[in-house]
Ligand binder design. Sequence first.
Ligand SMILES: [Zn+2]
Length: 131
Amino acid sequence: MYCQKCGHENSDRALQCAACGEILVPVTKPPMDTLPPAAPYAPARTHVVGPPNHLVWAILVTLFCCLPGGIVAIVYAAQVDSKFMAGDVAGAQYASDQAKLWSWISAGSILVIAAGYFLLVMAAVISGGSQ
Ligand SMILES: [Zn+2]
């Protein structure tokens, strides 16, 4: 460690400076006044683009498939921009994630329903053909 008084480099286990005799105090962290002040996070809203609101996907899945999941997606999508403009970046990101999630859930349920319908038709065809 370096002597705080004269700057002489001493052994890490040295208790006293070999050059000037100063008592060496291990420094575990820098003094508070040397740390730069934490700059408050202030996004420049005219230049920063918020999280994607996934509104298009939310509307599409609502129109073409599952109204309940699509409505949830639209509700979250509508919150993204308003929250971001209000400075709630974390809330906007959360709403964005939820909008995407519910869009995927809705889109996924289309496939499940379609597959179920297909199996139902196949079962009807098979059972009908065996009679
Ligand atoms: Zn010294």
